[in-house]
Design a protein around this ligand. Sequence first.
Ligand SMILES: Nc1nc2c(ncn2[C@@H]2O[C@H](COP(=O)(O)OP(=O)(O)OP(=O)(O)O)[C@@H](O)[C@H]2O)c(=O)[nH]1
Ligand SMILES: [Mg+2]
Length: 173
Amino acid sequence: MCLLLGATGVGKTLLVKRLQKLNSRDGKSDLGDPPPTQPTVGTDLTDIMAQRKMTIRELGGCMGPIWSSYYGDCRSVLFMIDASDPTQLSLSCSQLLGVLSAEQLADASVLILFNKIDMPCYMTLEEMKALIRLPDIIACATQCITTAEISARDGTGLAAVLQWLQDTHKANS
Ligand SMILES: Nc1nc2c(ncn2[C@@H]2O[C@H](COP(=O)(O)OP(=O)(O)OP(=O)(O)O)[C@@H](O)[C@H]2O)c(=O)[nH]1
Ligand SMILES: [Mg+2]
């Protein structure tokens, strides 16, 4: 089981829909227009069939206070941050630290996704590293952490996310 976490509106639901589309498009390169999404109140389970079945559990941002009750059967975490919204960054950073310090997730593989890089004036990975001291966070964490800049809207970086999911799933099974 892979958990998909991140504050409200960072783009988790759109990411899952795009990954499903990317995985099933039979060689077609165009992902098409982004589908509409609704805020996730509760949790959504999505199966992605790539070589073998992978299940992604999105926990809505509004569920933040009880995310930890879902950590039990989790081997990997996608943690999403909205790179276009500086006002949400401190919340995202404290949520990320909470996730990384959770005992049940100590051995999980973690992919931190900086989403919405199609937006003008998004914060680059370099800026993000300085703003939230990402190298220190990674150095102090027990988990194997990878980072990626993506746009769930236009599809940038999503093939690498799918590859990470497949590799992590293979390593954990
Ligand atoms: N420009 C842009 N908009 C995006 C991107 N990803 C998501 N959005 C938009 O952001 C809004 C929120 O997206 P959701 O996927 O519903 O966000 P969420 O993280 O699932 O939110 P909760 O379920 O409330 O926790 C929607 O209008 C999406 O179309 C992106 O990469 N670029
Ligand atoms: Mg959602």
